[in-house]
Write a protein that binds this ligand. Structure first.
Ligand code: ADP
Ligand code: MG
Length: 457
């Protein structure tokens, strides 16, 4: 078997196990360049692909190679000479690589070591639209009058809609006015880890004291403390300390306090005791305004037509919008000219076709269980308790909608239920999704988890 035949055979099988978009992204322009007793060398177009093949596909590749050439001991990936004809897809891969590098560099340098605030987040760089005007106004009011007006401030909404940006803007604002102020930003996940660690080291009282001396405490993604009793107890005590001293607390969450399962009642009523404001999806005008502002921020004057194209096609959230724009701007940097609409279209097609919209029943069951803080086993059991019946119905609905399983298959996956039960559940949730705003929001959040989860795999 020649190298070419061998690689062709490997690719043919690889293709069967992957979506087309995935396959093209990772295996296009790869080939075996040499094979000796040390192993097989596969040439890949760039470092990004190399990393993916090494980390995600290596085992499968080596197995497939050995199927045809059992003597092969190892496979290595090397970055080959760029081909003469660089395709649009290659461009976007290179751009993505660059983008990741830049993002990583930025993340570390912009964050203050003491406050954990990222300097880049400010009110000035936040675009206000109908989706976030209440949240914005509340955040500004709190920045003007910390601890006095709305305490706590509770912002909630889906992924990538600007919660972190907005709450950090408050912190940055307070510090520009008075650098002596004690401000701390922390994610609930990190806070939980800190608390557990300090319990172990018996320094929990020190931690509590440090927190109690703050002027502003921002806890991001508070939904994360669901089910974590010890953390909740400490958060409750810190919260009360700050509250009685009129020190400001700001919280964010992906949903309302009441919708966070296993959040103690005393905490959720505290969280609701100040001001709650939601952030929704930006409409077209707001998306366009955000793109304009980010372009200016980065020193580019992109033409309207291009930005309109992006704003029309990327609607999910602001993070994705920024991601798309970064790709377009990276193109501009590499080619020394801004892309026209046709080129942007190519760049975005590659961006949108990254096949993360692919999921599995496992991922759905896990996401539903995690969201409601129940175990996956609860979904399968016979229990008729309210806390598990609804999640189970939602799991059925999502298995139907997202994985297109048949009703009997869904019944079998969920503990051997009858297919008529499944049909009933799917219809019920479908109806509720269109009639009940809170059900709709929950499902959106679970879908986000499902797809973020698949993206990480
Ligand atoms: P969340 O915390 O809600 O998941 P982030 O605050 O991390 O979202 O926002 C994601 C990205 O989108 C950030 O880079 C943020 O600066 C940007 N962003 C979100 N909303 C806006 C807005 N209204 N104006 C400008 N940038 C925004
Ligand atoms: Mg956030």
């Amino acid at each position: 078997m020649t190298n070419e035949q061998l690689w062709k055979a490997v690719l043919a099988e690889m293709e069967l196990s992957l979506s087309r978009a995935h396959f093209t992204t990772w295996f296009k322009n790869t080939l075996i360049v040499s094979r000796d007793q040390n192993g097989v060398f596969v040439s890949v177009p760039n470092g990004f692909v190399r990393e993916w093949l090494e980390n995600k596909f290596h085992k499968q590749i080596i197995q497939l190679i050995r199927k045809h050439a059992p003597e092969v001991r190892d496979v290595r990936y090397i970055i080959g000479q760029p081909k003469q004809d660089i395709t649009k897809q290659d461009i976007s891969k290179i751009i993505l690589e660059k983008e990741i590098e830049e993002n990583n560099a930025q993340i570390s340098s912009d964050v203050d070591k003491t406050t954990h605030l990222n300097r880049k987040y400010s009110f000035e760089s936040f675009i206000v639209g109908s989706n976030n005007e209440l949240a914005f106004a509340a955040a500004q009011a709190v920045a003007k009058n910390p601890g006095k007006l709305y305490n706590p401030l509770f912002l909630y909404g889906g992924v990538g809609l600007g919660k972190t940006h907005l709450v950090q803007s408050v912190g940055n604002k307070l510090l520009t006015e008075n650098p002596q102020r004690r401000v701390l930003y922390i994610s609930a996940e990190k806070l939980t880890a800190t608390i557990l660690e300090s319990i172990r080291l018996r320094t929990i009282e020190d931690i509590k004291n440090t927190y109690a001396r703050l002027d502003l405490l921002i806890i991001d993604d508070i939904q994360f403390i669901a089910g974590k009793d010890k953390t909740q107890e400490i958060v409750f005590s810190i919260f009360n300390e700050l509250h009685v001293r009129n020190k400001q607390v700001i919280l964010t969450s992906d949903r309302l306090p009441k919708a966070i399962p296993t959040l103690e009642e005393r905490l959720s009523s505290r969280f609701e005791g100040g001001m709650m404001a939601d952030i929704g999806m930006p409409d077209f005008e707001t998306r366009l305004a955000i793109l304009h502002s980010k372009c200016t921020e980065k020193g580019y004057a992109a033409d309207d037509e291009v930005l309109i194209y992006i704003a029309t096609h990327i609607q999910k959230n602001v993070r994705e919008l920024e991601g798309a724009l970064n790709r377009v701007l990276a193109f501009a940097q590499i080619y020394n000219k801004l892309p026209d609409v046709k080129e942007v279209k190519n760049i975005l097609t590659a961006y949108l076709s990254v096949p993360y919209r692919k999921t599995s029943p496992q991922s759905i069951l896990k996401s539903v269980a995690d969201f409601y803080s129940i175990s996956q086993n609860d979904l399968l059991k016979r229990s008729r308790k309210k806390e598990v019946v609804k999640p189970r119905q939602i799991a059925m609905f999502l298995l139907r909608e997202e994985v297109k399983l048949s009703f009997p298959e869904i019944g079998a996956k969920l503990g051997g239920r009858d297919h008529s039960t499944v049909i009933h559940a799917c219809e019920k949730i479908k109806r509720e999704e269109s009639e009940d705003e809170s059900v709709k929001q929950e499902i959106t959040l679970i879908r986000e988890r499902v797809y973020n989860d698949s993206l990480l795999k």
